[in-house]
Each structure stands twice: as C-alpha cells, then as structure tokens.
Design a protein around this ligand. Structure first.
Ligand code: SAM
Length: 254
C-alpha cells in the first residue's frame, strides 16, 4: 500500500508501470554503475533499478519513507542518505556517478544549481521534472522559455527532453504534465568563463529585467561601449543571447 503523500516534500508517487518501465529503460542502468537516486520515496524506481545495479545510493528527506526503504532493501544494495539533497555532498561518492530521480518539484531549480557544482564528477543525469521546467532547461535563445535556468545549465550540460509523463501516472496526480530530461556534462572542449562568478551574476542581471536592453541591465558590469566592443549590440536583450555570447561578454574587461 502507498504511504500518504506529504505536500511539503512535493510527493507524487509514480504508479504507472508503463512509465516506470520507460524511465528505467531510458536510464539503462549497468551493474557496475555508481548511481544515486534523488527522492526514492516508496521505491517505484528504486526497485527496478536495483534489479540491474549491484548497488545504489539514494537521498531521501522523509524519515518515514527512509525507514520503509531500509526495511525493504539490504544496506549492501542500498546506501540510504536520510537528508536534504540540497546539502548532499556528491563529491563524497566513491567515483564519478550517474544521477536519477523523480524530483520533488518544489526544489527542482535549487537542486539543479546544486548538482551543477558537481558537474565534473557527474557522468549523466536523468530526471523527471515539471514539463514546464524541462522546457525552460532545453530552450533555445530567442524563445519565450529561454532564461537564466537555460543559460546556466546549457553552460555545463547538453540537454535532451526525452518524453512527457501525464498526471495520471502518479498518485496523487500533480496538476501539470511532467517530462523526462537527460543531462550530460559537456566535455573538456566546452567554453569556460574566465570568472564564473561574474558570468553567473551577469546572466542573473540580464534576465532580472528581461524586457530591458543589455546596455541597461549590464550597467553594473560594463559600459555600452564595452558591450559593442565584444561584438554584441547593447540594444539586444538577454533572451536573444546564446551561452557563448554571455561568456564573451563576461570575459570582456577591456
Ligand atoms: N521516486 C518516488 C516515485 O517516483 O514515486 C518519489 C517521487 S516524489 C515526486 C519526490 C521524493 O523526493 C519524495 O520521496 C520526497 O520525500 C523526496 N524529497 C522531497 N524533498 C527532498 C529533499 N529536499 N531532499 C531529498 N529528498 C526529498
């Protein structure tokens, strides 16, 4: 029997076998993978993952669900970290890792930023999120969904939306569609900003007032003349800039 879902932990439990199978197939677990599942809950993904993996780490904040998982899976198979994933130190895993989960939607953006800090250790990630958030993650410049989340994630990851999961696949059903997204860290050839703090601050400022021109929003960082000298028209708005153009602007100190 499913436990009662707790709203404060964003609990919507996957119950549709068809979608559970599709998600596990998309993850394609291999016995030797070092994998961590975020929010295993009652174990809809945990159990089929553990059929393929020799071992799984999982991070769950809900102590009742954690107790039930401990009773069900041996500690040799499942290492359960009973804590808030936003404070989880992914660097403590034994090696580079894969990450999966049907994420609690109320913390999805802060979680993605937290995971981004460990991108060098991450092999890939497959997550279920609100479809609207996935659309923002994968959005191209010049489209309405393109924003800070798109730029900051596409700076580090290649991202693909795999498929949509309807509310009826969960108990209780959420109000919105969900989608599966695959994130793969970009290789060593990716563009790296000289000062990543400045890059992140400029992206945030650019999208803080997305209707304003770069000449306006980036004033604390550079003059309109410096923006022009980087080959970018200061009359443009942040939502039209590619990730590499943001990096170019952040690198311009002249
Ligand atoms: N994986 C299960 C499934 O698919 O049925 C549960 C998914 S439910 C959408 C999200 C899960 O994340 C819940 O088990 C919830 O308790 C857990 N969770 C919520 N906030 C969390 C946090 N800050 N850190 C770790 N786990 C969290």
């Amino acid at each position: 029997m499913l436990p009662r879902a707790k709203k404060q932990f964003g609990q919507h439990f996957l119950t549709d076998r068809h979608y559970i199978d599709r998600i596990v197939t998309a993850i394609s677990p291999k016995a030797e993978d070092v994998m961590v599942e975020i929010g295993p809950g009652p174990g809809a993904l945990t159990a089929p993952l553990l059929e393929k993996l020799s071992h799984l780490d999982a991070v769950e904040i809900d102590r009742d669900l954690a107790a039930a998982l401990r009773a069900r899976f041996s500690p040799d198979k499942l290492s359960l970290h009973e804590q808030d994933v936003l404070a989880f130190d992914f660097a403590a895993l034994p090696s580079r890792f894969r990450c999966v989960g049907n994420l609690p939607y109320n913390i999805s953006t802060p979680f993605l930023f937290h995971l981004g800090e460990f991108a060098d250790e991450l092999i890939d990630a497959t997550f279920m999120l609100q479809k609207e958030v996935v659309d923002r993650m994968v959005a191209d410049p010049g489209t309405p969904d393109y924003g800070r989340l798109s730029v900051m994630l596409q700076y580090r990851f290649a991202m693909t939306r795999l498929f949509v999961v309807p509310p009826g696949a969960f108990t209780p059903p959420p109000k919105v569609d969900s989608a599966i997204v695959r994130m793969t860290p970009l290789g060593a050839e990716r563009l790296v900003a000289q000062d990543e703090t400045r890059f992140a601050a400029m992206v945030m400022a650019g999208f803080g007032q997305r209707r304003k021109t770069l000449g306006n929003t980036l004033k604390p960082f550079m003059t309109a003349a410096q923006i022009s000298a980087s080959g970018i028209d200061p009359q443009r708005r942040a939502e039209t800039l590619s990730v590499s153009e943001f990096v170019r602007l952040a690198d311009c100190r002249g």
